[in-house]
Each structure stands twice: as structure tokens, then as C-alpha cells.
Design a protein around this ligand. Structure first.
Ligand code: LLP
Length: 383
């Protein structure tokens, strides 16, 4: 204890629950006029139980990619019939768990998977509701590691095979085909990419009509809306209006169709910061390194995707240090990619300073690892 204030051991994640609430109400406000458009929060972005509970309480559904995520979503109060389950490699136990829970649908990515779902559903004397994930062959202007909708990707069924696969499913008594699923990538800021997807979906729906396939009740357009990592203070909310209206204005729906959005990052990225402390300032021959106590084990995005997160030396700002110096901000992990920023201008930085790494609410804590025998990061909620 110092100055009567408890010092929380760093590193830890801090989530701003009021910002989460505000984000959720903005999404609800945007979607309110459209009663056939729904949000399924992509649980993989942040699975903190309190975060999940708030999102469930707002009436949103959940997009899960594993049995563990389905369990977490159910525990947080998402109704089973608002849960969709995606992923290229669903294990038998996960399929069984999803069927027994009574989820809304499986997003199926291959015929091989469809056959196993049918087999397990038959065994359980159930009918499995499925949407087919179609690869729309639409490019997304984002990092190659988070692009998923191009033809050569591992995700989804080729659009040329769509009619064939649906016809095949129609012959399976244990399968009920209820929709189409798409997802083109993540951290997308160019609305043109979403427009391309909406127009491609219109084309595919026309093909289904021509083939005489009955209207499918669900069109799931996936997620992918990006956030402002450069200036999170100026833009704490993603551009929900442009994103949703790209679909509401351009999708040609058939009567009775429901649209599902699977946003993850845009819901939670800006609510989180990774709080870390400076261990050492090391003067190299050409560079100065700020060595902090968080590393790629807590936040892997910079190492994995070259992601840039806004970094602030909170203590130096409080001290009023105005002179800027150039630093590389690095973690303690034994990997050369354990770097948060290079040549970053920060106020004069000292051992013990608190550094905040912003926009870390999505794919931060959920991607943490225990490499180097490090404990998983702690979380502090700010209400
Ligand atoms: N739906 C599907 C089928 C997905 O694969 C994903 C994300 C989403 C929805 C949610 O996408 P979002 O709205 O969050 O962009 N770890 C990476 C991002 C990986 C995204 C994986 N799939 C990162 O930190 O940038």
C-alpha cells in the first residue's frame, strides 16, 4: 500500500465497463429500426465472464467457435437458441455438446463436417440446424493473417459448390439447412469490402432462386468491423452506422429472412487496456529500450500481426515530463518479436512508470499464453 491506494501488481487488463455499456447501447440503437437484423457477439474476442454477462443481458446472441466458448456463453446467460457455432475443425464432443444444448445453428465449413454432424445427430435422434459457410471470394483490405474470404483460404465452401452442398443436405434427414454464413476477415475499415460482400450475397441468393432452392431463413454476414487503434481516445466507438447501413441498404432479402452480424473486435477492443510497468530503461548503442513487465504472452497482436496499439506513459504524463524521447517498447519474453513499438516518442521514461497499451479489449486476454511459465494476466473491471 502506498498513499492509501492499493497497488495492483502489473501486468493486468483493465476493462471499462461503462464504455462497454455505451458501445452496446449504440449498437442496439442502430439496429432498433430493423427487427430482422441481429447481433451475435463473437465470443473469441473477449471471454471475460462479466463482459459476456453484460453483452448477454443486452439481448445479443453469441458466435462461438469451440465447445468451451459454447459453455462460456451459456454460463453468461446467452440463450442456447441464440448461439451459432462456427469453425473448420469441430470435434465430435463439441458437436454433441452443441446439439444437446440446443444451439441455433452450426456454421458448417465442409461436406466432411456435415456428414459427421449428421451422424452424431442421428445417433442422438435429433435434427441439426445448419448454415453453410460459403467462401464469397471477396478480398478484405486488412492484414493477410486475418483475411478469410479469398478463394484460396481454408475457410468455407467454394461458392461454386453452394447449390450442390445444399441439395446434398436436403437429402439428409438429420440435417436442416437454415441459412448461409460468410466472414471475409477482421479489422476492416473500408466499407467497400462489406458492400462487395452484400452484393455477392445478392448474387448467390439469385442463384439459389434459380436452382429452385427454398428461401433460407438466415443470412449471417460474419463480423470484421475494425476500430481505430491509432487514436482510440478520439474514436472510442467503431463506425457502427456505416457498417450496419451498408447491409441494411444493400442486401436484397427475401421475405422472412433474418440477418446476423458476428462482431467481436468492434464491441470490445476499445474497452480494454493492458497496464504494465517499466522494469528497466536500457541504453543500447543506437536505441533506447523501455522494457516493460507485459509481453507477447499478455498481448500477442503486435508480434503476430504487426499490430500497433496506442501506448501512453501514464506516470510521465502525471509528472508533467514534456520532453519526448524515442524508445522501443519491448517485453521480457525470450523472443525477438516481443516488441510493442519501435521508435515510439514518449516522455522521458523511468523504471517504475506505468505504461498503458490501449485498444486491448479484443484478442488480448483471450490470446494470452503461459509461455516462459508466466501466469495468465489478471483483470480489473472499472465500473
Ligand atoms: N465470425 C467469424 C467466423 C470469425 O472468424 C471472426 C473472427 C468473427 C466473426 C469476429 O470478427 P471481428 O468482428 O472480431 O473482426 N486475433 C485477430 C483477429 C482474428 C479474427 C478471427 N475471426 C486479431 O487480433 O486481430
Amino acid at each position: 500500500m502506498t498513499h492509501g491506494k492499493e497497488i495492483i501488481p502489473t501486468p493486468y487488463y483493465k476493462y471499462d465497463m461503462r464504455l462497454l455499456d455505451e458501445t452496446l447501447s449504440r449498437i442496439s440503437d442502430e439496429l432498433r429500426p430493423y427487427n430482422n437484423y441481429h447481433l451475435h457477439y463473437a465470443v473469441k474476442a473477449n471471454t471475460n465472464p462479466d463482459v459476456l454477462k453484460r453483452i448477454a443481458a443486452q439481448g445479443f446472441g453469441a458466435d462461438c467457435v469451440s465447445g468451451g466458448e459454447i459453455r462460456a456463453a451459456l454460463a453468461a446467460g446467452f440463450p442456447a437458441n441464440s448461439i451459432s457455432y462456427a469453425g473448420v475443425g469441430k470435434a465430435d464432443w463439441e458437436i454433441r455438446l452443441a446439439l444437446e444444448a440446443g444451439i441455433e445453428c452450426f456454421n458448417v465449413e465442409s461436406i466432411a463436417e456435415l456428414e459427421i454432424i449428421a451422424e452424431i445427430a442421428t445417433e442422438l435422434n435429433m435434427v441439426a440446424p445448419v448454415c453453410f459457410r460459403i467462401n464469397p471470394d471477396v478480398g478484405a483490405h486488412t492484414h493477410a493473417n486475418i483475411t478469410t474470404g479469398m478463394a484460396e483460404n481454408k475457410f468455407g465452401i467454394a461458392k461454386e459448390d453452394m447449390v450442390k452442398v445444399i441439395r446434398m443436405a436436403e437429402q439428409m434427414p438429420a440435417i436442416k439447412c437454415i441459412g448461409l454464413h460468410f466472414h471475409i476477415g477482421s479489422q476492416i475499415l473500408d466499407m467497400q469490402d462489406f458492400l462487395d460482400l452484400a452484393l455477392r450475397i445478392n448474387e448467390l441468393q439469385d442463384q439459389l432462386d434459380e436452382a429452385g432452392i427454398e428461401t433460407l431463413p438466415i443470412i449471417n454476414v460474419g463480423g470484421g468491423l475494425g476500430v481505430d487503434y491509432d487514436d482510440p481516445d478520439k474514436h472510442p466507438f467503431a463506425d457502427f452506422h456505416s457498417y450496419f447501413s451498408t447491409y441494411t441498404d444493400n442486401l436484397r432479402l427475401r421475405s422472412g429472412q433474418q440477418v446476423i452480424f458476428e462482431l467481436g473486435r468492434a464491441v470490445v477492443a476499445q474497452i480494454g487496456q493492458l497496464v504494465t510497468r517499466v522494469l528497466y530503461v536500457k541504453e543500447g548503442t543506437v536505441k533506447k529500450f523501455v522494457i516493460v513487465d507485459a509481453g507477447m504472452t499478455e498481448l500477442i497482436r503486435p508480434a503476430l500481426y504487426d499490430a500497433k496499439h496506442h501506448i501512453v506513459n501514464v506516470t510521465a504524463e502525471q509528472r508533467g515530463d514534456a520532453v519526448l524521447e524515442k524508445y522501443d517498447v519491448v517485453g521480457p519474453i525470450c523472443e525477438s518479436s516481443d516488441v510493442f513499438a519501435t521508435d515510439l516518442l514518449l516522455p522521458h521514461t523511468q523504471r517504475g512508470d506505468i505504461i498503458s497499451i490501449a485498444s486491448a479489449g479484443a484478442y488480448g486476454e483471450t490470446m494470452a499464453s503461459q509461455y516462459n511459465c508466466r501466469p495468465l494476466p489478471k483483470v480489473v473491471l472499472e465500473w
